[in-house]
Design a protein around this ligand. Structure first.
Ligand code: SAM
Length: 200
């Protein structure tokens, strides 16, 4: 467990110190009224940014498997009286309780997806994302490029955009957007890609 700059506890490595949240959120072109989900929110900095800096009026879900992260998001919600924030402790691969089918406009996952490859739960994760996203909603995944570089997860758990496209296609989801010039500047280029999927 690590305490992050916003004082919240996170299980994994928060991206707050090395990825630019604004760069990521702007990619989503939010209008402020969407039902938005930060899936695998960790310290919740992306959800909090959407709420505070983008004045999001729609419902914002913050979901994480780690109980302490969700406890801290609940404290944040109460201390700041944020009525449109819903925090859920859940394993995405097992299903997110309380979230109805076809109910989310935009799902964002930053540095989370590679964990499903590590746990061999890729199909379960995609099925749950597909279940909850609206028919015209989008699933945005930002993750490390599948390069053998020192920072980030082991190469064997990284996926390329083409790997993800194949996986999502198998579940009836189509790729609608790909940005491979995003993230941190590393000697090899930009560290990440951001890929979006929608229902076919
Ligand atoms: C590397 S952290 C990234 C956190 C945050 N998205 C960020 O960019 O700082 C990965 C997060 O995914 C969460 N996570 C991993 N597997 C999960 C699962 N199966 N269901 C829900 N959350 C999960 C971890 O608890 C952790 O908070």
């Amino acid at each position: 467990m690590k305490e992050q700059p916003n004082g919240h506890r996170a299980h994994g490595f928060s991206s707050v110190s090395f990825l630019d949240s604004d760069e990521i959120i702007k990619e989503l072109a939010l209008n402020g009224d969407e039902v938005f989900m930060d899936a695998g929110c960790g310290d919740g900095h992306n959800a909090i940014k959407v709420l505070e800096d983008y004045n999001h009026r729609g419902c914002v879900y913050a979901v994480d498997i780690y109980d302490a992260s969700i406890e801290d998001m609940e404290t944040y919600k109460k201390e700041n009286n944020v009525e449109n924030l819903i925090n859920i402790e859940a394993d995405i691969t097992e299903g997110i309780p309380g979230v109805e089918d076809d109910s989310i406009d935009v799902i964002l996952m930053v540095n989370v997806f590679h964990g499903f490859k590590a746990s061999r739960k890729l199909d379960e994760a995609v099925e749950e994302l597909k279940r909850i996203v609206k028919s015209d909603g989008k699933i945005a995944i930002m993750d490390y490029k599948a390069w053998d570089v020192p920072n980030g997860p082991p190469t064997k758990v990284r996926s390329s955009p083409a790997d993800l496209e194949k996986l999502f296609n198998n579940h009836g989801l189509k790729m609608t957007y790909l940005n491979e010039e995003i993230g941190e500047d590393i000697p090899e280029g930009k560290s990440h890609y951001l890929i979006m999927f929608e229902k076919e």
